[in-house]
Design a protein around this ligand. Structure first.
Ligand SMILES: [Ca+2]
Ligand SMILES: [Ca+2]
Ligand SMILES: [Ca+2]
Length: 132
C-alpha cells in the first residue's frame, strides 16, 4: 500500500484533492486520538499553497515526514531498525500495556527480510496493513 493509494482511498469524490472532511477521515483512521482542532491546524500547515485543498503531493510529503518521525521515535537506539523491545518500551511510555511478545508477533507479520526487526519500509507496511 503506497501513500498515493492511501490518498486515492480517502479522496472520496476522486477530484485529486483532499477537502478538510476527507483529510480528517484519513487522519482519524491512522491517529484516532487527534482532535478536530489539531486536524484543522495540520490541514492548514499541509496546504502549502493555501488553496483550501490538499493535493496528492502536499499529502504524500507530509505523511512521509510524519512516518519518518514516528519511526525515529520508535527506534530508540537509532540503528535504523525497530525491535520488539523498542516497540514495547515506546508503547509502554505512552500507556499501552501489551506484552513484548505481542509486538514481536506484530513485527513478524511485517518482517519481510526476516531479521527479527523492522526497517523503515517494513514499518510502513505494518502500519498500512493494520488499516487496509
Ligand atoms: Ca493545496
Ligand atoms: Ca533500533
Ligand atoms: Ca526486517
Amino acid at each position: 500500500m503506497s501513500l498515493e493509494k492511501i490518498f486515492k482511498h480517502f479522496d472520496k469524490n476522486n477530484d485529486g484533492m483532499f477537502s478538510l472532511d476527507e483529510f480528517s477521515d484519513a487522519v482519524l483512521n491512522f491517529f484516532p486520538n487527534f482532535s478536530q482542532e489539531s486536524i484543522e491546524k495540520r490541514f492548514k500547515y499541509i496546504d502549502v499553497n493555501g488553496n483550501g485543498q490538499i493535493n496528492a503531493n502536499e499529502f504524500v510529503s507530509w505523511f512521509d515526514e510524519v512516518l519518518k518521525r514516528s519511526f525515529a521515535a520508535c527506534d530508540v537506539d537509532g540503528d535504523g531498525k525497530i525491535t520488539a523491545k523498542e516497540l514495547h518500551f515506546v508503547m509502554t511510555t505512552i500507556g499501552k500495556t501489551y506484552t513484548e511478545e505481542i509486538y514481536a508477533k506484530q513485527i513478524q507479520t511485517a518482517d519481510t527480510d526476516s531479521d527479527g526487526c523492522l526497517n523503515y519500509e517494513e514499518f510502513k507496511a505494518m502500519l498500512f496493513n493494520d488499516f487496509f
